[in-house]
Design a protein around this ligand. Structure first.
Ligand code: GAL
Length: 657
């Protein structure tokens, strides 16, 4: 499937049945191919244990299918019914404050509850038996947004028991756990696995290995939960694709691992909803208030496309103002179209809009949709109609492997949150910063995890890879790629210990450095790095003292160890002894790209260009028109070489046929 497919999230249960047929006809007229339904319907389908009311959902599937729409059915486990919670209150999740999180909204379950796992299997089996072979049901979504409302980590009794079992499996004996956790420190010795508690509500910081193990355990529970439903759907609904909707900016469980069990990696795209709470500067938040950050869509699409091995769908696309951020501005007219094409350009096979009609009651009344609650067309519907027309002009193309890959290792992100050293350590934000730096230089990239195939890349960047195991070091070595390695890489072992040879541990021979001290500097007292060409740029935060015999291409300017190495280059790797941002980051990236033989196109802050197969795409997030770089003689399929504010252009690349 390489033509853009369009879809919508539909909640027929919230509307009069008399309206369903008309809704379906209008969806088809609008150019929609897919309808995603039923992710919150458990309480309606099974109003009391063992009593099922399928009639209405059967009818919905029938109406949609007969209208020519393909149905993505969902398992409803994101919202267990009240009777089930009353029967087994231990299903409820517990927050880090130790408070039980109650019934009345959604995601009120704990991944550690084996009772809930069994119930989830039971209801998924019922849905799969009912619709698994239905000709209109062509794909499945499992559950809904695993970490929504911060529900991956739960501090319940079930979690405590599960964690103890998981630790017993991992360590075998309590002595081994004591050794690896280093419980001799502060005398926290355990004599049995039954003594282990969860790492919340403590007086001071928890043992870091314990905290990392709890993150691993919690992530494993998500994978187990997802996998349990995958297995049921594979058996009862053969031939249908299975997906889950990952969230943007969510790193709380290992998405590489969960993705490996899915056919399609889905994600939910809310470019404005996620803007104000992001780590962007105030200036950028103002600048992109109504457009979303230029790299929001690209970052998540590239990440989830890579995890989906090319199969990625946007399962919820923001249609207008949402209702859940601290403030909820409207996108500018044209942005829904732009986001949709940006998703396609970055590899999406389908884009589904959230939602069909704006709710007139209950929680999300202020959340816009394709239609207003009275059924009239809202702006997103007009833009969707435009996209539906524009796609007719495009040939079918797929996105090919990029020259540059970015390493994203979830354990490294958890590790830096657990032992930050710098209370403002940007951690996951470092990935977004490097991504933006590369994209503003016109670079297309893939994401890779430590277990992925690394061959064929000219440059692999490792912005934050705090835990780098020997196997990864060997793969990086074998890949033949040039490496750009960020500070802190390899600084902890899998056990959260300092490596015997000091940081960067397993990466030492590739990077050719030894880190002898780390410090962190406050915003009020930044320092500078002088590059080889004499340019000096400031930085704050993390700084390392390193020893090296390799070429030093940047040095610190400071009252402390003035002139010590800040950037070191060996034959294969460039190592950074600080966390660069802004101009420093940009210069480092330009240099690294040139070193790896990759051509750079300066796009500036607001313009983004990318390629999908033989098609080129440009997106203008700014308020003045922009020219497609070197775009004069292209064959334009949408737009022209002059891209209006908030506009797009799509062309056939010269080499393509
Ligand atoms: C998503 C969620 C949807 C809906 C949407 C509103 O996080 O998956 O069910 O609540 O937000 O923007």
């Amino acid at each position: 499937m390489s033509r853009l497919e369009l879809g919508v999230c539909y909640y027929p249960e919230q509307w009069d049945a008399a309206q369903w047929r008309d809704d379906a006809a209008r969806m088809v007229d609008m150019g929609l191919d897919w309808v995603r339904i039923a992710e919150f319907t458990w309480g309606l389908i099974e109003p009391a244990r063992g009593q099922f009311d399928w009639g209405w959902l059967d009818q919905v599937v029938d109406i949609l299918g007969q209208a020519g729409l393909r149905v993505m059915m969902s398992t409803p486990t994101a919202a267990p019914p009240k009777w089930l919670i009353d029967e087994y209150p231990e299903i409820l999740p517990v927050g880090p404050d130790g408070q039980v999180r109650g019934f009345g909204s959604r995601r009120h379950y704990c991944f550690s509850s084996d009772v809930y796992l069994d119930e989830a299997r039971r209801i998924a089996t019922e849905y799969a038996r009912r619709y698994g072979q239905n000709p209109h049901v062509c794909a499945w979504q499992i559950d809904n947004e695993y970490n929504d409302h911060d529900t991956v980590l739960s501090y319940s009794d079930a979690a405590r028991q599960g964690f103890r079992r998981w630790l017993a499996d991992r360590y075998g004996t309590i002595d081994e756990l004591n050794r690896i956790w280093g419980t001799v420190f502060w005398g926290s010795i355990y004599t049995s696995f039954d003594q282990i508690e969860l790492p919340n509500n403590l007086v001071a910081s928890p043992n870091p290995t314990q905290a990392l193990d709890f993150a691993r355990y919690s992530s494993d529970r998500v994978r187990l939960f997802n996998r349990a439903q995958v297995d049921i759907l594979r058996a009862l609904s053969p031939g249908r694709d299975i997906t889950h909707n990952f969230m943007a900016g969510s790193f709380e469980f290992d998405h590489h691992a969960v993705a490996a069990d899915l056919d399609i990696v889905g994600f939910d795209s809310y470019p404005l909803g996620n803007l104000l709470g992001s780590a962007l500067s105030e200036k950028d938040k103002r600048r992109y208030l109504r457009t979303g950050a230029p790299d929001y869509q690209g970052f998540h699409c590239d990440l989830y496309r890579s995890q989906g091995k090319g199969r990625m769908w946007v399962l919820e696309q923001q249609p207008g103002p949402v209702d859940w951020a601290e403030k909820n501005p409207s996108p500018l007219d044209g942005m829904v179209r732009l986001w949709t094409w940006a998703a396609y350009a970055h590899g999406a096979q389908a884009v589904m809009f959230f939602r069909w009609r704006q709710a007139a009651f209950a929680q999300e009344q202020f959340h816009t949709a394709l239609l207003r609650s009275d059924g009239s067309l809202d702006q997103a519907a007009l833009e969707l109609a435009q996209v539906a027309l524009e796609r007719e002009a495009l040939p079918s193309v797929i996105r090919t492997r990029a020259q540059v890959a970015m390493m994203l290792d979830y354990e490294s992100l958890w590790a830096a949150d657990i032992l930050p050293h710098d209370d403002a350590f940007p951690n996951a934000q470092i990935l977004r910063g490097w991504y933006t730096g590369l994209r503003s230089l016109g670079i297309d990239l893939d994401f890779v995890g430590p277990d992925d195939d690394l061959s064929g890349y000219a440059l692999i960047v490792l912005p934050q890879c705090m835990i780098a195991l020997a196997a990864l070091a060997a793969k990086l070595q074998d890949s033949g790629a040039k490496l750009l390695i960020g500070a802190r890489a390899g600084s902890k072992t899998a056990d959260m210990h300092t490596p015997p040879n000091l940081a960067p541990g397993e990466l030492a021979s590739l990077a050719g450095v030894r880190v002898t001290r780390v410090e962190s500097l406050p915003e009020l007292a930044g320092e500078s790095v002088r590059l080889g060409d004499g340019k000096t740029h400031s930085f704050t935060g993390w700084r390392e003292v390193i020893e090296t015999d390799n070429a030093v291409t940047g040095r610190f300017v400071s009252v402390y160890r003035d002139g010590s190495p800040a950037i070191v280059r060996s034959e294969r790797a460039t190592y950074l002894a600080m966390v660069p941002r802004d101009a420093l980051l940009r210069d480092i990236l330009v240099e690294a790209l040139e070193w790896a033989g990759i051509r750079v196109t300066d796009c500036g802050p607001d313009l983004r260009i990318t390629r999908r197969g033989g098609l080129g795409f440009a997106f203008n997030f700014g308020d003045i028109a922009q020219a497609v770089p070197n775009g004069g003689g292209q064959n334009y399929l949408v737009g022209t070489s002059e891209i209006p504010p908030y506009g797009i252009a799509i062309w056939r690349e010269k080499a393509a046929h």
